[in-house]
Design a protein around this ligand. Structure first.
Ligand code: PLP
Length: 392
């Protein structure tokens, strides 16, 4: 089934790269020891973990490998960063974040509100961009943490984290956590002015179930999982060595990869052609592509239903997503698009196309050959005849 499918949903998850699978294989068979064991098998597992730690550190530019701690996923990394900072600063009860964070940050901050924390929610403009002045004025003496993503999972809009981190440093004593899950492997990472940085393997061709948290040296972070002394005593639990090796291999691959331009060229062709040929198509997120991930296009097909578009594309063997995958079971419009003030009739028809290294030009041409017809068919069934006629 999967070989014939056109997979344009790489922000939801990615295929495990063959190189990653090859690197993992020995640790799923021959090398099965516990890295905490003192014997030769245990030592080999430990060596493999430390090699992966170095590969992760190299990709994101950490100064020291001890700043990288392996976790089970991006959500765990985000949760730990946030809760860990708050636990280490019990007298500070204020958090600053944005309305467009992934659920891993957004829902945790909502929960923290019910636990007595005060959260300042920064909004975005119609392009999905943050107003840095509002960040500046949100910072207070009791701000424990600022948590802001690098790349939005739905629109691909990038936030200027180096500048944000500079503001946080200049105007507060808060720690700065960055959810970098969607950015790693897609754009170069700079940790300048960043204290904590979350990433997740399955977004860059490693398997699901492995993540990491960068913790700048000197940042005080309480552990969240208590138990053995694994990960320098910071995160207990027997290490998932095959997955850790997979993440290391994926990071190495992302560094060596020269595919980024090809992916961006395909994305641009898809986006340009959709916007040119489909009258009710509009882009969500800033037009300036240097401020967006190179693989993502979020496009609304006004006055038609996104779920219907998704199903028609699925029947044609093309996998996309309506907004973020986490919303696929609900009919609420995406909080990101709501924060951007995208009208309901456009937000409901939004589709996220997210490309990856295994896409080909033929995938893009096939998508472009079927999509206009699908949209035209659904538009003909739409109750918004007059509005659609005006767009033609
Ligand atoms: N943060 C962002 C921006 C994401 O896109 C995701 C996953 O979609 C996560 C966090 C959560 O990562 P994980 O699926 O590894 O828990």
């Amino acid at each position: 089934m999967t070989d014939e499918m056109i997979y344009l949903d790489n922000n939801a998850t990615t295929r495990v790269a063959p190189e990653v699978l090859d690197a993992m294989q020995p640790y799923l068979s021959k090398f099965f020891g516990n890295p905490s064991s003192a014997h030769a098998l245990g030592r080999e597992m430990k060596r493999a973990i430390e090699q992966s730690r170095e590969q992760v550190a190299n990709l994101i530019g950490a100064a020291d490998t001890t700043e990288i701690v392996f976790t089970s996923c991006g959500s765990e990394s985000d949760n730990w960063a946030i809760r860990g900072v708050l636990a280490a600063a019990p007298n500070k009860k204020h958090i600053v974040t944005t309305l467009v964070e992934h659920e891993a940050v957004r829902n945790l901050c909502r929960l923290l509100e019910s636990e007595g924390y005060e959260v300042t929610w920064l909004g975005v403009d119609g392009n999905g961009e943050l107003d840095l002045d509002s960040l500046r004025s949100a910072l207070r003496a009791d701000t424990a943490l600022v948590s802001i993503m690098l790349a939005n999972n739905e629109t691909g809009v990038l936030f200027p984290i180096e500048e944000i981190g500079r503001i946080v440093r200049e105007d507060s004593e808060a720690a700065f956590h960055v959810d970098g899950v969607q950015a790693v492997g897609k754009v170069p990472i700079s940790l300048k002015n960043v204290d904590l940085f979350a990433l997740s393997g399955h977004k860059l061709h490693a398997p699901q179930g492995i993540g990491a948290l960068y913790i700048r040296k000197g940042i005080s972070l309480s552990p969240m999982i208590i138990g053995g002394a694994q990960e320098q005593g910071r995160r207990a639990g027997t290490s998932a060595v095959p997955n850790i090796v997979g993440l290391g291999a994926a990071c190495r691959l992302a560094r060596e990869d020269n595919d980024h331009e090809r992916i961006e060229t395909m994305r641009n062709r898809l986006e340009d052609e959709i916007l040119r040929s489909i009258p009710n198509a509009r882009l969500n997120g800033i037009r300036d592509r240097s401020k967006r991930l190179p693989n993502t296009s979020n496009i609304s097909f006004e006055y038609v239903d996104g779920q219907n578009i998704l199903m028609h594309l699925d029947q044609a063997g093309i996998c996309v997503s309506t907004g973020s995958a986490c919303h696929s079971t609900t009919h609420e419009s995406s909080p990101t698009l709501r924060a951007m003030n995208v009208p309901y009739t456009a937000a409901q028809g939004s589709i996220r196309f997210s490309l990856g290294r295994y896409n080909t030009e033929a995938d893009i041409e096939t998508t472009l050959s079927v999509l206009p017809e699908i949209i035209a068919k659904l538009a003909a069934m739409s109750p918004y005849e007059e509005e659609l006629a005006r767009l033609r």
